[in-house]
Design a protein around this ligand. Structure first.
Ligand code: SF4
Length: 280
């Protein structure tokens, strides 16, 4: 495995200044790999692992994988949850229903133009947890670590692997950085890093998944939707019912769930035949 994390000089300098490195861990292979790589270069006392839970619509075992990897490494782990103003739990399907009730004339589901699932269920809850963790412990420099890779898409290839996101002047000065340690890694290098560390990726990869977060990510592949429908028919039924109720499709490609799942089945079967990871 030849790949190494990006920007190690900058990271070393921030570590010496006492920064807190917050690993955003979805439970997927890229999160797992970046955790391994970060822990090679950052002191454990300056690491926090955060998982933004999506509840029962995320792949079963994703939260547990993140939690267990953090526990095995001896670093703290917190779970971030989206919340409505009254404090009740926010869910993706609940937000779709609310969006439909508020404005039935516009598409109810998240899209690349209205990616409210990421902001409300991941980014904002994680930022809240980071503040709650960092303040009482005296951290004023935060490095948000994300497992984004250039090989995933043209858009992600344009992401900067390391940047200062901003400074906040509140009661104290806060500096926020974003670091993509495995931005240059290939998919093979991600799996190789996990294997070299003596770990196993989430079981869904061995059964054919390409990516992993929501069972039915609105940007996900037909392959992954077919697998999700096979594993979680009850969740698929809830998506189907909500598509019918709103009159809008969940996937941004504007095809209904049953059509996507049917299209993905053949690909899933083909993919399983050539998987590099042997299913147990
Ligand atoms: S996995 Fe997809 S649907 Fe789920 S929160 Fe992320 S972008 Fe939204």
């Amino acid at each position: 495995m030849s790949a190494t994390p990006t920007h190690l000089d900058d990271i070393g300098a921030l570590a010496r200044q006492g920064a807190l490195f917050v690993i955003n861990h979805s439970g997927g292979k890229d999160s797992q790999c970046q955790t391994i790589e970060v822990l090679r270069v950052v002191p454990r006392a300056q690491v926090l692992v955060v998982h933004a839970t999506l509840g029962d619509i995320e792949w079963p075992g994703a939260l547990e994988l993140a939690r267990d990897q953090a526990a095995d490494a001896g670093v703290p782990f917190v779970v971030a949850e989206g919340r409505w103003r009254d404090g009740s739990r926010k869910t993706l399907l609940g937000m779709v229903e609310a969006q439909f009730a508020r404005r039935p004339e516009v598409p109810s589901w998240p899209s690349s133009d209205a990616r409210y699932c990421t902001s409300d269920l991941k980014r904002n809850p994680i930022a809240r947890e980071i503040r709650a963790w960092a303040r009482p412990r005296g951290f004023s420099i935060i490095v948000s670590v994300e497992g984004i890779r250039a090989a995933e898409s043209a858009k992600r290839a344009r992401d900067k692997p390391f940047e200062l996101m901003g400074r906040q002047y509140t009661n104290s000065v806060w500096a926020w950085y974003r670091w993509l340690p495995i931005h240059a890694f290939s998919t093979d290098e991600v799996f190789a890093s996990i294997e070299a560390a003596g770990q196993r990726p989430h079981w869904a990869y061995a059964e054919g998944n390409e990516r992993l977060s929501c069972l039915f990510c609105v940007f996900g592949s037909a392959n992954d939707w077919a697998h999700a429908a096979e594993r979680a028919p009850g969740i698929a039924a809830r998506y189907r019912a909500l598509e019918r109720m709103t009159g809008y499709t969940a996937h941004q490609n504007r095809r209904p769930i049953d059509e996507i799942v049917a299209a993905g089945r053949t690909r899933l079967i083909d993919r399983r035949a050539v998987l590099p990871i042997a299913a147990e």
